[in-house]
Design a protein around this ligand. Structure first.
Ligand SMILES: N[C@@H]1[C@@H](O)[C@H](O)[C@@H](COP(=O)(O)O)O[C@@H]1O
Length: 260
């Protein structure tokens, strides 16, 4: 696992957008897995700026969703489908035909989960999966004690996550209890995992992910199992890391041509 400590969220967004740009240059039809929440927005803004202002061609990029609320009406502005279309797909000049996600309004949720795992595999697998992290250490919506081998399935949110996400809704009661999420096993199938965490509220979860034991109690610690996982953190999110100086020195010594 590589840990990169950046000065702030904007620098993290630029660094990760550069890695995505490099991927799309090598593989123009790469499948990019995207996360929701506030944290990855600087990545999407930096990537859209590159698509607008540089020779980067994103027209063949494919975008896939990490997770989804269950039971929100289709087209609800806070369904993750709507969020990804608004924050990622449209700013890149792409259309819904470049996009795939699980169907949170399906009558048969179990079948929708299976179908999504199958669709990801049939699409050739995710090339680069962006991740945020919950304050309880969740990735996607894999809450503490999720199986480290889990596939896409329905999960029940913890109260902590519902409270954290209530800011996107009118009140806490509107936050769904159930979600579909790529499983931890599904996430680990991606070729490159890139987790961005910013702000002091994430410091404990980041420390447990990076320096704690591999544990289902901290779902993000599953990144320790992946051969190419990058954790990008700002100074505040890095504040609980005992090995911060080592991570800084390692990254500073990295050759310029070697991206994350
Ligand atoms: N399902 C999403 C996660 O994918 C995201 O990482 C997390 C953190 O969000 P934020 O970046 O807003 O703190 O929120 C939600 O729970």
């Amino acid at each position: 696992m590589e840990i990169v400590i950046v000065p702030d969220a904007a620098a993290g967004g630029e660094l990760i957008a550069a890695a995505i740009a490099d991927l799309l240059t090598r593989k123009p039809d790469a499948l990019l897995g995207v996360a929701t929440g506030s944290t990855p927005l600087p990545i999407y803004q930096a990537l859209a700026a590159r698509a607008r202002d540089t020779a980067l061609d994103v027209t063949r990029a494919r975008i896939c969703q990490l997770d989804e609320y269950v039971g929100l009406p289709q087209g609800h502005p806070e369904s993750y489908r709507s969020v990804v279309l608004r924050e990622v797909v449209e700013p890149l000049g792409l259309t819904e035909s470049s996009f795939m996600g699980p169907d949170g309004s399906a009558e048969d949720i179990a079948a929708a989960c299976l179908a999504y795992d199958r669709a990801l595999a049939e699409a050739g697998g995710v090339d680069l999966q962006l991740l945020g992290i919950g304050t309880d250490g969740h990735i996607g919506f894999n809450e503490p004690c999720s199986s480290l081998a889990s596939r896409t399935r329905i999960k029940t949110l913890t109260q902590q996550t519902r409270v954290d996400n209530a800011r996107f809704f009118n009140n806490l009661d509107e936050v769904p209890h159930h979600v579909i999420t790529q499983g931890i096993g599904t996430i680990l199938d991606a070729r490159h995992l890139v987790l961005l965490a910013t702000g002091e509220a994430k410091a404990d979860a980041v420390a447990a992910t990076v320096e704690g034991p591999l544990s289902a109690l901290v779902p993000a610690s599953a990144l320790q199992l992946h051969p190419h996982a990058t954790v990008v953190v700002d100074e505040a999110a890095a504040s609980g890391l005992k090995l911060a100086d080592y991570f800084r020195a390692t990254y500073a010594a990295k050759p310029d041509w070697q991206l994350i």
